[in-house]
Design a protein around this ligand. Sequence first.
Ligand SMILES: [Fe+2]
Length: 242
Amino acid sequence: MRTIPVEFSRHADARADLEARGYTKRPLQFDRDLASILGRMAFGSWDLPADEYYKTGERYRSFDQYRAAVTETGVEVSHLGEVRPYFQDVSHNPELGGVQRKYAPLAAHLSTDVGIYKLISQQIARLPLSSVGQIYQVNLHVMRYCALPGRRCETSPPGYHKDGERFISVVLLTYCGADGGVVYIADNEQSEMDNFLMREMGENYIIDDEQVYHKLSPVEVLDSNSFAFRDILLFDFIPVQN
Ligand SMILES: [Fe+2]
């Protein structure tokens, strides 16, 4: 377990965004540890195992779990060594839900790096529920969407949906040779509120799954490229009753 000091007041704007409209996309506050782990995660994405549950395109992913607790001065984060299968209800994911999906964890030098603990702590500082004593289960999915000519890569499920986890944060690692991958956010009537394309390492957004719907346009190759990819870190922050 590591205790990461966090100044919660420095994240008040993002927190206010989430409270007011259900999403935020403000820049992360970088230090050397955070910058370094994003670079190493991006490099490590070349070693991600294939997502065997996704048959219609090429996708790679890993899965790790953490426990995080908000304290007076920061966030205590522990990496859970034994990863349980990832389960989404069919109602949230008609394509891949309803089965226990087993994904391999990251190498420990990545999953337990101080930069990841800092990233988790910073995102938790932005969540409206993060008062002292709040505990979260944190899922980390590292995902590569890979596109080839005539073979695009979709998110699961395609189209507006909710993931069924309370808060979801996506941090871009790499966007290379690609077209698409545009994020759309809509209110609970599925009327579009925003859309944006993340291109730069560290660009990120957080959504409150209860307040908004989201979707991603398919990742495709740009022009005459023969290969394209989009690598992300996706965190689920699930409040745990304490
Ligand atoms: Fe989703």
